[in-house]
Design a protein around this ligand. Sequence first.
Ligand code: NAP
Length: 486
Amino acid sequence: MKTIKDKQGKTIITYIEGDGIGPEVMSAARKIIDETNAKISWEPCVAGKKVFEQGNQSGVPQETIDSIKKNGVVFKGPLETPVGFGQNSANVTLRKLFETYANIRPVRELPSVITPFSGRNIDLVIVRENVEDLYAGIEYMQTPGVAESLKLITRKGCEKIVRLAFEFAISEGRKKVHCATKANIMKLSEGLLKKTFESVASRYPEIEAKHIIIDNCAHQLVRFPEEFDVIVTTNMNGDILSDLTSGLIGGLGFAPSANIGKEAAMFEAVHGSAPDIAGKNIVNPTAVILAGVMMLRHIGELEAADQIQQSILFTLEQGIYTSDVNKTNAVSTTEFTKAVINNLGKKPKGWVDRETKQMRMPEIKNEIAFVKAQTRRCLGFDIFLESGSNAAEIGSMLKEMTKDSALTLKMISNRGTKVYPDMGAYTDCIDHWRCRFVAKDPSSNVQSDDITELTKSLSSKFEWMHIEKLWEFDGERSFSLSQGED
Ligand code: NAP
C-alpha cells in the first residue's frame, strides 16, 4: 500500500478537515497525533461544502485529487452535500475516484462506556463494499412519475471485497466471516456476492464462513452481537448495518473507519457532518481519533497508534466523557482532547490489545473482461414503455405488432408483477410497463436486428425508455422472472 515521505522522512498525509463538526473533531485528532513521536507532514486540502459553493459540481477540486494521488493516504473529516449545490456526494466521489473498494468499520466494546450491551464483549468489524451497488449513483426518471436507480454489482467487485474480508480476518486473528446479503430476493445482484463468497471461502479453510440474510443479520446483531466477528456486505447494507453496530458500543462518536484500495487509503469517522451539533464544542472526537489510530497503523507508526488508543481508553476509564455519553458531567470537545493529550503514555486497565499482522491486499487480475462466458444466447428482450392504456389494451396492440416478427410477447409486468396475460391479481398499475418478448422458436438465438426491427415498429405507437436483453450465459437463465411469471 502506497505511502510517501518528505525530505525529513515524515509521511505526507492529505488532510481534509471537512464540514459541520469536521473542523472540531479533526483539529482534536491532529493535535493529539502531533503530541506523539509520529513522523507526519500534513498537506491540507479541501473538499465538500465550500467547494460545491464555489461552483465545482463534484465537490472535489483537482488540487485535492492530485494530492491524494501523490500521497496515497488521506485523513479526512465528514463532507456534506449542501442542498441546492452539486449532484453527488463529494465523499462518495473521493471513494470512487481512488477505488477505495473496502470500507473497514470496527466496533469493540469500550469497558468504561456503559450501554445496554455492556459486558457482552462486542468486538466485530463490518467490511463494506465501498464503490458499487446503488452508490454507483446511476439514476433516471424513466417517466415523470417513475424513478430508477441501477444496482450494479460485479463479480470482480465481489471477489475483491470478499478476499479482502478474509485477508483482514487473518491479519487480526479472527475466526469467523459472515456474508450478509439480500440474495433471497435479489438473486442475481445480492446473489452474486453470496455466490462469490461461497467460492472464495474454500480458499480460507482456517476461517469459518457463513452466509446470513441481511435483515436477520440486523436482528441477530441486536440480540447476540458477541456472535459476530467479521461481516462482509454490499455498500448500502454496510452503510446501514455499520450505523447500527456503532449504536451497540455507544454511538457514532466511537466508530472509526478506513477506506482501503490498492492505490490509496482514506481514514475517517463513520459519522457525518452532524450540522445540528456543529460549532458548539460538544461533539465526541473519539471516532476520528480512532480513525487516526487506524491510519498510524497503516503507515507503520505503531508506537504512536498504541499510545493514542491507550490514552483514549484511559481517559474514558477516568470518567471523562463528552455529552453524547453522559449529559450530566460532560466535558467539551477541547477539554476531552486536552485530557487525552495529558494521558498519553498511560495505560488503561480493562483492555487487551489485539495482535495484528500486516494485511495482505488481494491480488486481483486487472482485466476488463473479468468473467467470460463459454456460451451465450439471447432469449429475447424486455422493453419499458410509458402508456396510459391498460395492460389488456397494450397486450393486444403488441401481439398484433409481433405477427411478422421472430419474437412474441410473453408477458407484461407492472412494477415487477405480471399483469398480462391477466392473472386476476390486485396490482395497482401505473403508466410504466415492462413488456417481455421472447423468440418464437425457443431454441434460437435472438439477433439484435430482430430487436431493432420490433423496437422500430413499437416506437410508432409507444414512448419507450429502456431495453434489456434476456441473456442465457453458459446455459443459465441470467435475468429474473416477474412475480407471477413462470
Ligand atoms: P451524522 O452527521 O452522522 O449525524 C447523525 C447524528 O449522530 C447527529 O445528529 C448526532 O446525534 C450524532 N453524532 C454524529 N457524530 C457525532 C459525534 N462525533 N459526537 C456526538 N454525536 C454525534 O448523520 P446525518 O445528520 O444524517 O448527516 C449529516 C451530513 O453528513 C449529510 O450531509 C451526510 O450526507 C453527511 N455524511 C457524510 C459522511 C462522510 O463524509 N463520511 C458520512 C455520513 C454522512 P445527536 O446529537 O442527536 O445525538
